[in-house]
Design a binder for this molecule. Sequence first.
Ligand code: GLC
Length: 551
Amino acid sequence: MMWYKNAVFYEVNVRAFADSDGNGHGDLPGLTQKLDYLQYLGVDCLWLMPIFQSPLRDDGYDISDYFSIQPAFGNVDDFKVLVAEAHRRGMKILTDLVMNHTSDQHPWFRSARSSRNSPYRDYYVWSDTPDKYPDARIIFVDTETSNWSWDEQAGQYYWHRFYASQPDLNYENPAVRQAMLDALKFWLDLGIDGFRADAVPYLFEREGTICENLPETHAYLKQVRAFMDENYPGTILLAEANQWPEDVRPYFGDGDEFHMGFHFPVMPRIFISLRSQSKEDLVWIMNRTPQIPENCQWCTFLRNHDELTLEMVIPDKREWMWQEYAPDPRMRLNLGIRRRLAPLLDNDPARIRLAFALLFSLPGSPIIYYGDEIGMGDNIDLFDRNGVRTPMQWNAGPNAGFSTAAPEDLYAPVIADPQYAPAKVNVESQLADPDSLLNTLRNLLAIHKGRPELAWGTFAWLETGDLAVFACQRDWMGQTLVAVCNLADTERAVKVEMPSAGEWSDLLSGRAWLTDGLELPIHLSGSQYLWLVKSWGYAAETIPGEPQVGI
Ligand code: GLC
């Protein structure tokens, strides 16, 4: 039942993935056709970004009908086929669940703003002044100046935590709470395996608070969970709560709220560690990460469809991150960086591989953002976060094999920068190359899945005597794995404190090392990573005495 504790997740932007009917937009049948590819990569569960009816002012996070699919993406029958085909391959599907707000084009809001007597007026949060809840921060700081917007037609201000085109629902209203359960039920009845629940900290508002993480919000989310457990056992809820670890912890409740939560604060610290070539910040955040109930799991990631958020980073470090990773102001957005993984890491294959290996060495089930498995680039000339949502690059042909539409009819242009263009970066050529990023990742994922101690196990730091060398011990049901990552791009000679003496082999290269004490002297090449396990019965080449460079 706890499949999510050792699963590989993959975030798909349906619009960007594969266009089956040549209208320039990716669609559900297109995604269905690519399931074999995702299975090859080793994906266990897909998270689909919103696919519901929407004016697409926030790429579908502005829903105008919770019960139908955006026509350009297909219809409910296509969705049923996708679910069936994914399940046939042993893969699961989560959809996005946008609970906090709707589009201003949703019939509820249209009716609500039209009259104070509308039965839907109370579905939203209104005020005669823009002064209430002054302690709530603004999230989209680059575009919004207030969480209140005046609505001429309504004659009142309405509350919104994101774009003004996304009015917040009023969770004080029992009808709203029920309406969201109805939406959930509709999709669960179609056989999906759960939801990535969007923006959950903001459901309720209370004067005198920051209007985040309120007890009322947790109480409602627990009801949602109870509803799912009772009617759809085995389905899961994944929380998008961009908060400090101690504030995310309550979203797991006593194992009765969310099954999973993204680990937001660890993400920027992976990038900090890579650039500063020091594990200090990672140590700090891991030590600040609380235990979670047995039936819960973190979801860890490097990048997603949004800007690389620096909200959970202190202002000095945020400045430093911007300088290091977003030297061009156009790379910055709100409190973050709107770039993809490969460009962030200077398209350096060794650094990109290390970033993934480091991610997979930490507790949690990892999620991969579509396109990052082949090292896709970004386009900072596109508005908002669209630059990291460009068409998937399947081959070196027209439109990168994404669509047969005329290039000007694509929902967004294919990456043109020669370093990242389809001629250079595409699935087809990487499938054919055993040493490609795609195949390296596939191999890492296969090993990761076979060693549940990596996802599930306990986590303890191991001494290396060098801040540039990360080492940790992961234990699960009597199995131990030691992960060692050289964060530096230069060679390092260190002594890793091992849990026990004996012969240790690297699962990635097959090399083995003998240690008679608890210290393993080891030479690491720049950006090298090892996953060491005890060699019992392992047919590896044993190198006694002076340690060798692994790979
Ligand atoms: C979440 C989504 C983001 C969206 C916002 C408002 O943070 O990840 O893409 O803009 O919610 O729905």
